[in-house]
Design a protein around this ligand. Structure first.
Ligand code: SAM
Length: 220
């Protein structure tokens, strides 16, 4: 199977249609990621098919939880995951990518330019820095993948979520165990509104997704 067909088929198994023009954007993204990865550490994965599976297809696994035409903040986006793949398949999303490493921010903004994506930009800063340039309380979705523990990332994400917004946490196979621990730490501060455990298409890689809402009435 060609790399393009592998991506199209993997996405299809997650319920996401990747058309030919979107496939071209993913292939441009892959080229740019590999080019920049020679100079800065964006991903330890070198093999094209593994990049497509572990980064592109994995990023698309939360699409069923994300409506189009909403705003999304990706905290600790690194090489642009999951924010850029989501933007490719959900073009009406307004996406902000935040990372504390300036070179990664430059890579993401270069990719956005090369793919000619609109309503998406990368910002340099730490999520916990009150002086960073990201507005508070305004995002429909705040997503994180591979940034920290569930409780830490939930607390980092919370100030950015709009009143009816949701926090989307992408975890690995230990997600359910991590959630049990996190529940002790976060108490009543967050409500679990949805979750999903699944295997990435054409692999045995187990992933989990947790959707939380901050409990604004909680005093703890
Ligand atoms: N989300 C990407 C992915 O799944 O491939 C990158 C994951 S990487 C393991 C974690 C990223 O989060 C790094 O790029 C790091 O610079 C960034 N990061 C860690 N803590 C952060 C914080 N407090 N605020 C903003 N970015 C942070």
């Amino acid at each position: 199977m060609s790399l393009g067909d592998f991506l199209i088929e993997g996405a299809r198994e997650l319920g996401v249609i990747v058309s030919d023009d979107k496939l071209n954007l993913f292939l441009l993204y892959l080229d740019n990621l590999k080019k920049w990865n020679e100079g800065i550490n964006l991903t330890a994965i070198r093999n094209d098919r593994e990049i497509v599976l572990n980064h592109f297809i994995d990023s698309l696994s939360i699409v069923p939880f994300i409506e189009n035409d909403k705003s999304l903040l990706d905290i600790g986006s690194g090489g642009g995951f999951p924010g850029i793949p989501l933007k490719i398949v959900r073009p009406a999303l307004q996406v902000t990518l935040l990372d504390s490493v300036n070179k990664k921010v430059s890579f993401m903004n270069d990719t956005v330019r090369k793919l000619q994506l609109k309503d998406i930009h990368a910002v340099w800063g730490r999520a916990e820095d009150i002086n960073n340039k990201v507005p508070r309380g305004s995002f429909d979705y705040v997503v994180t993948r591979a940034v920290g523990s569930i409780s830490d990332t939930a607390r980092l994400s919370s100030p950015y979520v709009s009143e009816n917004g949701a926090i989307v946490l992408m975890r690995g196979k230990k997600g359910p165990e991590e959630w049990i621990l996190a529940k002790e730490e976060i108490g009543c501060d967050f409500e679990l509104v949805d979750s999903k455990e699944f295997t990435l298409p054409q692999s045995d890689l187990v992933r989990s997704i947790f959707i939380l809402k901050p409990n604004r009435s909680s005093k703890s």
